[in-house]
Design a protein around this ligand. Structure first.
Ligand code: NAD
Length: 290
């Protein structure tokens, strides 16, 4: 298939490389020359304008920083430039409202579009083991699945346009709150005189068990290797967790959902990021509880 890939950053770079590795012809575009050079190294064809990269392709995949940029790129460089009928797949994490409005604008311009945000970080993007949650019609999902499965291990249909983003922010709101709760439990266990490994052995097979504990333990030396074992470098940056929690709070306000734990998690990550820890892995928030 001929695919244009827009946004070749930490995530998009590895994803575009995996599409090329799977045998697709990949036209690559990013504002950064370094990102374009890396994409060329990994077998993609670099372009200096998005509207040129999308000419004659079967599908377009984007992995961009936020909703405003996604809207601008699709409105000015994709609609009217990509062939009619091309499948549009936005994998960025953006607000539900923009995902819906860009999806509707795509339909009006003669395209099928899905929002397909991901779970999994840079390592999963490079390894091709991302999980995609997809919003769009059944038909567009079936077309997208064939492409997304070359970049991930799971592709799940969540509903109509915007449903992928809805699933993503609900999942990450749960993740943010459960990470903080896991940190609190480990710190209190130590204050009560428990050995952290012993508490892990108990809680990881008891009802407090959760992903933040057993797959991503915030304490170094406990559980499987995690960013905590690498001084909280790599992994999922606190700034990105805050971004997702803000999107979740925006959605909660718009829908009238009551999310006190999500709101508290957003507030704590806001303080953590403002204290200069934007680039640390999000599990480093445990340090604020010491
Ligand atoms: P990044 O900043 O590394 O990459 C974004 C890329 O988009 C950059 O290379 C930038 O130059 C490019 N870009 C910006 N504006 C552009 C434009 N108008 N046209 C073309 N290219 C443009 O960010 P990332 O970490 O790769 O994240 C991308 C998306 O994936 C975000 O929405 C993020 O929330 C989401 N995400 C990231 C992670 C992660 O662990 N990094 C995990 C899950 C989801």
């Amino acid at each position: 298939m001929k695919i244009a890939f827009i946004g070749l950053g930490n995530m998009g770079g590895g994803m575009a490389a995996n599409l090329a590795k799977a045998g697709h012809a990949v036209n690559a575009f990013d504002l950064s020359d370094d990102a374009l050079a890396a994409a060329k190294e990994s077998g993609c064809m670099p372009f200096s304008a998005a509207c040129d990269a999308v000419q004659g392709v079967d599908a377009i995949v984007s992995m961009l920083p936020n909703g405003k940029i996604v809207d601008a790129v699709y409105q000015s460089d994709v609609f009217g430039h990509a062939p009619e009928g091309a499948l549009l797949i936005d994998c960025s994490t953006i607000d539900v409202g923009t995902a819906k409005s860009v999806g509707a604008a795509a339909t009006q311009a003669g395209y099928m579009m899905v929002d397909a945000p991901v779970s999994g970080g840079i390592a999963a993007a490079n390894a091709g083991t991302l999980a995609f949650m997809v919003g769009g019609s059944q038909e567009s999902f079936a077309r997208a699945e064939a492409i997304l499965s070359d970049m991930g291990k799971a592709v799940i249909h969540a509903g109509d346009n915007g449903a992928g983003q809805s699933a993503k922010i609900c999942n990450n709101m749960l993740l943010g709150a459960s990470m903080i709760a896991t940190c609190e439990a480990f710190m209190m266990a130590q204050k009560l005189g428990l050995d952290p490994q012993n508490f892990y052995d108990i809680s990881s097979v008891s009802s407090g068990q959760n992903w933040s504990m057993t797959s991503y333990c915030p304490l170094p030396g406990v559980g499987p290797t995690s960013p905590a074992d690498n001084d909280y470098q790599g992994g999922f940056a606190a700034a990105l967790m805050l971004k997702d929690l803000r999107l979740a709070m925006e959605a909660a306000n718009q829908t009238g959902a009551d999310t006190p734990m999500g709101a508290k998690a957003a507030q704590l990550y806001e303080q953590f990021v403002e204290a200069g820890h934007a680039g640390s892995d999000f599990s480093a928030i445990i340090k604020t509880l010491e």
